[in-house]
Design a protein around this ligand. Structure first.
Ligand code: UDX
Length: 455
């Protein structure tokens, strides 16, 4: 047989260097690899995925970046992304040019899939005339919101948001989201958010948009997005069910699974704020007091650097360690999906990052929502008032409210109803990625479009 005929077509992936983005794009890579494509990952030198045995069939290329140590320490997440887009365009083009010259012909590349926040890469695809597709790691509702936010007048919006009545009122056209649920960022100014969102929602020359979501979760937002964008939208999630791909950037502490084995079924509150969330000393202490008073066991992920001014937990008072040692277990990073799957876990106290939200629903675990920034606020609103599988905790953290919310979710009847709804949703999600399910068909349609070059 002619060698050309057996050669697999290649898909190039361009991830954002952050855990919440790397995880789903690598899962997408696995899903497409299983459909017969070769995968190349072009990544920056910040937070690289290693070519471990899980990805031994993937090719990895690193593009140089020139952010200084002080940039890396001081830039907030938004400014980091904006700067990354400014400095990487030329090196990415160069790197891509070399790949085409030395290793693959242009015709071998089926398409390039880039994270919506790596929009600098679109310049290279335009120059080399390669088909490109945008991957959004958030859901369709958040995408629609970012598009709406990118059009607001920053001064007026900021002025409106000073009024608590406005904050709590519905944002026109985005029911059930209120002004305060919109995905503004806590890691930069509103102007920065508007600038970044404007760039990210611009489809430029992309042929399609892939979303890590499923129509059973947000069919009307998906329809709306499809209407608003001029290109096809493929909801193919949840990718963690469709294609698992271990890509943790931090070392997982598996000892917590043994600790979970010793706990009663659905008794444990699992707490994690994802890969970027921070928590002040005083909130940590109030939370430890409330958790302890709830009498429920708890597993708490405290990432190094997540308590400002402290390497880990050393700045917390003696009382904190005492409270935690009585009923809790702390790790620096957990094997989250296995934790959520564990029968001892009764609820997830989460910042509601989209991956964590999908993983929680995917295991039928109800949530306590404490969003910090961006799309997490949108997700929290949906968890609480659309899917009704969680409780949002607002305002100052006080031990009484913490105790109450943990009891409501883990031992109360209300929590039991939420768990039932979460389990129903889990079943719907599993059905959507099975053969004939909506996400599975959407992925097949995407692959068909790649093969026929007809989107
Ligand atoms: C951010 C946004 O919050 C998210 O909505 C967006 O889609 C991507 O960028 P992040 O804040 O890190 O992501 O949260 P999340 O989306 O929940 O992703 C965190 C990932 O880290 C999850 O896949 C989770 O399983 C994993 N994790 C977290 C661990 O593996 N171990 C832990 O201890 C904590």
């Amino acid at each position: 047989m002619d060698e050309k005929q057996v050669k697999k077509r290649r898909i190039v992936l361009v991830p954002v260097p952050a855990q919440g983005h790397v995880t789903p794009i690598m899962q997408l890579g696995k899903a497409l690899h299983s459909k017969g494509f070769s995968i190349t990952v072009i990544q920056t030198q910040y937070n690289r995925v290693s070519s471990s045995q899980d990805f031994s069939d993937f090719q990895f290329i690193t593009i140089p970046g020139t952010l200084t140590e002080s940039d890396l320490q001081n830039l907030g997440a938004l400014q980091f992304l904006i700067k990354l887009n400014q400095i990487c365009e030329a090196s990415f083009k160069h790197c891509f040019g070399q790949l085409l010259q030395e290793q693959v012909s242009r015709d071998d590349i089926a398409c390039v899939i880039y994270d919506e926040y790596m929009y600098f890469s679109a310049a290279a695809f335009k120059e080399f005339q390669l088909p490109s597709v945008i991957f959004s790691t958030t859901n369709a509702t958040a995408f629609v919101c970012r598009s709406a936010l990118s059009k607001v007048n920053a001064d007026k919006f900021l002025m409106d948001m000073k009024d608590p009545e406005v904050q709590n009122s519905l944002f026109p056209g985005l029911d059930p989201l209120r002004y305060k649920d919109l995905p503004t960022s806590a890691f930069g100014t509103l102007e920065d958010s508007i600038k970044l969102y404007g760039e990210a929602v611009n489809t430029r020359t992309a042929l399609a948009v892939i979303i890590n979501s499923a129509s059973c979760l947000e069919s009307s937002s998906l329809l709306r997005l499809q209407r608003e964008l001029q290109v096809p939208v493929y909801p193919i999630g949840p990718l963690h069910i469709a294609a698992s791909a271990p890509s943790s950037l931090l070392e997982e502490d598996r000892s917590c699974l043994e600790w979970l084995n010793k706990q009663q079924p659905t008794s444990v509150a699992y707490i994690s704020l994802g890969s970027l969330g921070l928590m002040e000393n005083k909130d940590m202490l109030e939370m430890a007091r409330g958790l302890s008073n709830s009498n429920q066991p708890f597993l708490w992920v405290i990432r190094p650097g997540s308590v400002p001014g402290s390497e880990w937990t050393e700045s917390l008072p003696e009382e904190f360690s005492k409270l935690v040692s009585e009923r809790g277990y702390i790790v620096k990073w957990a094997p989250q999906m296995e934790v959520l799957r564990h029968h001892a876990v009764g609820g997830f106290w989460s910042h509601c990052g989209w991956n964590s939200t999908l993983e929680s629903i995917g295991e039928g675990v109800p949530m306590i929502c404490r969003p910090i920034t961006g799309d997490q606020k949108v997700n929290a609103r949906y968890v609480e008032s659309v899917w009704r599988i969680g409780i949002r905790l607002e305002g100052e953290l006080e031990k009484e409210t913490v105790e109450r919310v943990v009891k409501r979710l883990i031992v109360g009847e209300e929590g039991a109803d939420m768990r039932k709804r979460a389990i129903d949703l889990k079943e719907e999600l599993e059905a959507s990625v099975r053969s004939g399910g909506s996400s599975c068909s959407s992925l097949d349609n995407f692959v068909k479009s790649l093969k026929t070059k007809n989107f």
